[in-house]
Design a protein around this ligand. Structure first.
Ligand code: SAM
Length: 177
């Protein structure tokens, strides 16, 4: 019995690793690396949102931005989107245990609607930002804010660039329609 349980864990581990490898290599998806906590603090200090804002963290990992925002905006609707099972589980457990206003969804970020977003946060990669730029322009409403850690979008001009460390930049965009 214990051998079967052990083997199930080993198989599950290899399936998860294989999926992650495939996503990184063949789909060009960003890996699971967290935004530095000091950068999160500076972004949150800089951001002014309505109290009931709808905020998405696309590819949320452990959802560091949403966790910081939940303290400042307890009435906001904070939604984390994550496709990999391990970060999804960690973020969901943390959000539930702390009884926050954060909802974590296991989805591909390219397949969700951003029509209700007041703000969107990303720490992804240049290829994903180029693809997302079209999605932001077609789905986000006028005035929505898009924030990208380290990776600018190819066409849109940032409204502001925040230096949060040595060679570490955060790009703020305002969607205009
Ligand atoms: C660089 S990490 C950033 C994590 C977190 N947002 C942060 O700032 O600490 C990128 C995350 O995006 C997730 N991701 C990559 N491609 C995705 C996709 N197509 N749909 C959903 N999540 C994705 C990865 O699994 C990873 O957890």
């Amino acid at each position: 019995m214990s051998t079967i349980i052990f083997l199930s864990f080993v198989i599950a581990f290899f399936l998860i690793m294989a999926e992650q490898f495939f996503n990184l290599l063949f789909r060009g998806y960003a890996p699971f690396i967290s935004t530095r906590p000091q950068a999160i603090d500076k972004i949150v200090a800089d951001l002014e949102l309505p109290g009931k804002a709808v905020v998405y963290e696309l590819g949320c990992g452990k959802a560091p931005l949403l966790r910081a925002l939940s303290r400042k905006y307890p009435q906001a609707d904070l939604i984390g989107i994550e496709n990999e099972p391990v970060p999804y589980l960690i973020a969901s457990i943390q959000a539930n245990l702390a009884k926050t206003n954060i909802r974590i969804k296991r989805k591909n970020l390219f397949n969700i609607s951003l029509a209700d977003a007041d703000a969107v946060y990303c720490y992804l990669n240049p290829k994903m930002m180029a693809k997302l730029e079209k999605k932001f322009l077609s789905e986000c409403r006028n005035g929505a804010i898009v924030i990208s850690y380290q990776f600018p979008m190819p066409e849109l001009k940032p409204e502001k660039i925040l230096e949060v460390g040595e060679g570490e930049k955060v790009y703020f965009y305002r969607i205009k329609k």
